[in-house]
Design a protein around this ligand. Structure first.
Ligand SMILES: Nc1ncnc2c1ncn2[C@@H]1O[C@H](COP(=O)(O)OP(=O)(O)OP(=O)(O)O)[C@@H](O)[C@H]1O
Ligand SMILES: [Mg+2]
Length: 302
């Protein structure tokens, strides 16, 4: 068992049709046939949607994605059409709602890694490979890779693990031409973003993109380069050979697996509610990631 403890009800907004409740985002279609994507404050970890929300998180993710989309637009077109609130939408949707091109999504999570950690490290320790790509000997948790690699994963249904696959397997699923375009776009966007982050003292260790097609155009979709989709490490404390401090979800993961949470992530029980202190620290980490990257102070509730 995993996924939602209780699936939230979609909002009823005149002119909008509810399409999907993702772990974090609610999707609607407007009368023009565009996608209305609302980033909630839901938090997912270990394939569960946690029972406690992180105030303002959806706004931070949305504003950070917009900031990045602007800086990547010359490399690949993105899906955002406008940030205008649909008439009659709940006031709380302000700052967290994007009107997007409704795409035919490619069912592959496009991961770029410049550093070794997480599921990549686990595979490397077994076989010296990541997604079947051979890597040099002697790498540790947090090591920089000789060059960034494209490590696709197949997208899981709510409550299931995404699964790392080889490039060849991804190409079998989506076709050789699409796979090549995904790899090229993923590595181009990762490389640009990594330079931008590095200038701000942040290591972009890895990140996940989703792409979709609109009339044959490959379009960058979903959220981009947020603490939910990426591992951000402060550059000044980077030290391979141990887990890195980070601006992302790692803090929540660490708490959930600590004795304080008294929770078995491999068991049947849903995760426990988060203590206030964990909520506040997580909120602060998301805001800090936004501020360090954009150089703009996060105005809570704005
Ligand atoms: N432009 C787009 N057109 C169509 N679908 C999109 C677009 N951008 C993002 N999506 C989809 O919207 C959903 C975003 O919701 P969210 O991030 O909460 O989902 P998730 O937890 O990653 O996955 P799931 O939807 O399976 O729960 C994803 O399924 C993503 O593939
Ligand atoms: Mg998502």
């Amino acid at each position: 068992m995993s996924g939602f403890v209780e699936k939230p009800k979609p909002a009823e907004v005149p002119g909008l049709v509810h399409l999907h409740t993702g772990k974090v985002r609610d999707l609607y279609r407007n009368e023009a046939g565009e996608l209305v994507m609302v980033a909630t404050d839901r938090m997912s970890a270990y394939d569960w949607v946690l029972p406690t929300e992180i105030p303002d998180k959806g706004r931070i993710l949305t504003q950070l994605s917009l900031w990045w989309f602007d800086r990547l637009a010359d490399l690949v077109p993105h899906h955002v059409l406008s940030t205008e609130l649909p008439p009659g939408a709940p006031a709380d949707w302000a700052g967290r709602t994007l009107i997007c091109r409704a795409l035919d999504m490619v069912p592959v999570e496009c991961v770029a890694r410049g550093y070794l950690t997480g599921s990549g490290l686990a595979e490397y320790r077994q076989t010296r490979t990541v997604c079947g790509l051979a890597l040099p000997e002697g790498l540790e948790d947090g090591s920089e890779l000789p060059s960034p690699i494209f490590t696709p994963a197949t997208k899981a249904a709510v409550g299931e693990h995404d699964e790392n696959v080889s490039y060849e397997e991804a190409a079998r699923q989506v076709g050789a031409e699409t796979a090549a375009r995904l790899r090229q776009a993923t590595l181009a966007v990762y490389s640009r973003a990594r330079e931008i982050a590095r200038d701000r003292g942040i290591i972009l260790a890895d990140t996940k993109f989703e792409f979709g097609f609109d009339d044959g155009d490959l379009v960058l979709a979903d959220e981009v380069l947020t603490p939910d989709s990426s591992r951000f490490w402060p550059a000044d404390s980077w030290q391979p050979g141990r887990p890195q401090p980070s601006f992302d979800k790692q803090y929540i993961r660490d708490w959930l697996t600590s004795p304080a949470a008294a929770w078995d992530r491999h068991g049947e029980q849903p995760p426990p509610p988060l203590p206030d202190e964990v909520v506040e620290r997580t909120s602060a980490k998301y805001a800090e990631a936004y501020e360090r990257l954009t150089g703009v102070k996060w105005a809570a509730g704005a």
